[in-house]
Structure formats: C-alpha cells, structure tokens
Design a protein around this ligand. Structure first.
Ligand SMILES: [Zn+2]
Length: 245
C-alpha cells in the first residue's frame, strides 16, 4: 500500500463522484495498492477487500472511528467510538490467489469460493436477504455432488447450506464487521454492521469538499495555484488558513 497524496486522493474522489460505490472502492484500491494486479483486486473476497480499505482508512484519517447509530428499541440516537485495530486481525488471511475450498458432509461433496465485490453487486437488488443469500451461494458454489452424483444448489438441505455459510464466515473474517452497542436510554443491546466502504467514502467526500474550500481561500488570498496548495503539508495549509481569519 502506498500513502496517497492530497492530489491523488482528490483525483480518486473526482473519478468516483458519479460512480456506484463498488466502482469508487475499486478506483481507491487500484490507486492505493499498485502492487496488486487490477484483475486480482476484482477477485478479492469481501473480507480481503475490506481489510485493505481499513488499512487505507488508517493511513488517510487515523485509527479512531466515530459514528452514530439509532437504537432500534427506543429510537435514541447515540454515538459510538471504535478503533480500526479492533477490526483487523493481522494474523489470519488466506492467500489472495487460492480461492477454492472443500466441504464434505452427510454424503455431500462441495467446492466453493469466497464471495467477492462482483458477487455482492450481482445480488444487491435482490429484494430480500434470503433471495440474496441464495443467489450469492449459487454463484460461489463451484461443484455440488451427492454420493458421487452432480446435483443442483436448490436440492441442498438447509443444514448443508448453513455449513457453507459458516465456513465462508470463518474463512473470510473481515467480511462482516459488527459492533456490539448498548443503549444508554433503555439498555437495549444490539449489533450494528460496520460498512467500511460507505463509511470511508463519506469521509473522503467530506475531506474533498473541505480541501476544495481551502484551495479556494488560499488561491484567492495568495494567488497560489491549486497544485502548489495541494503540495503543502496539512499543517502548513491549516496555518495559512488560520492567518487569513
Ligand atoms: Zn434504546
């Protein structure tokens, strides 16, 4: 991973402006991880992708995460705070190239791969979670045999499907980041999903808007070019802005 400059980040933001989130994430990763081939990036599992997005977030904006959630029981809005390090398990990661796993149970012999961004994009408008999960599995199940004979994904018993889902969760631990919250008003406990892709893009969007305002103010006051202003360190930009007010 390389540290993105202000120019590069602004460029990525501009390229992603009118794109769907999936494409925005892809442009971000291509720019920040030049060491990974772009076809490998597309095939990263969701967890492998999100782990890289979290590393990138740390390098851009630091460890600290602040967000809000609404209690599903009483509607109270609350803030939660966490750290990137709490979500990243440095020790475990599957090879980026091996994505074929076996499951043998109750006479069934399955081969599957971990879902990637393209799979998610294909099921995102499925209507409900159950249909989305079925579609996702049908894309990711590479081979299904029962007692040595090929069979269809629709013929699998629920217990086998659950085992595949459990295996995918275990093999791709960064795909589903959930945070345990406790309501200060009604003491209700619940889990909230943390979506690094939309979270990070929102932060980049806020950053870009502020940066453009800064460029505008400094350019208007000192006559510097956009390029010169972007090349300043954040500290110097802030100090010059401070001198204007
Ligand atoms: Zn509550």
């Amino acid at each position: 991973m390389k540290a993105l400059t202000a120019e590069e980040l602004l460029y990525v933001w501009e390229q992603g402006l009118n794109q769907p989130l999936l494409q925005r994430v892809f442009i971000l990763l291509v720019t920040a991880f030049p060491e990974i081939q772009s076809d490998s990036l597309v095939n990263l599992s969701i967890g492998q992708r999100d782990k890289r997005l979290m590393q990138l977030r740390e390098s851009l904006f630091g460890q600290q995460l602040l967000n809000t959630a609404v209690c599903p029981n009483c509607g109270q809005r609350m803030e939660w705070e966490s750290r990137i390090a709490d979500f990243i398990d440095q020790a475990t990661e599957n090879s980026l190239t091996v994505n074929k796993f076996d499951l043998n149970a109750d006479g069934y012999s399955l081969q599957f791969r971990l879902p990637n961004s393209l799979d998610l994009a294909a099921v995102v408008n499925s209507g409900n979670n159950e249909i989305a999960q079925q579609k996702l599995l049908s894309r990711c199940l590479l081979k299904i045999e029962h007692d040595g004979k090929n069979c269809e994904h629709g013929q699998l018993p629920a217990s086998i499907i659950q085992q595949v889902v459990d295996q995918i969760e275990m093999l791709d631990p960064h795909a589903d980041i959930s945070i345990k919250l406790n309501c200060s008003e009604c003491a209700h406990n619940w889990d909230v999903l943390f979506d690094i892709d939309s979270f990070l893009w929102t932060e980049i969007n806020d950053w870009a808007e502020k940066m453009l305002q800064t460029v505008h103010k400094l350019a208007a006051a000192y006559g510097w070019s956009e390029n010169d202003i972007l090349k300043l360190t954040p500290v110097r930009r802030q100090l010059y802005i401070g001198m204007l007010s």
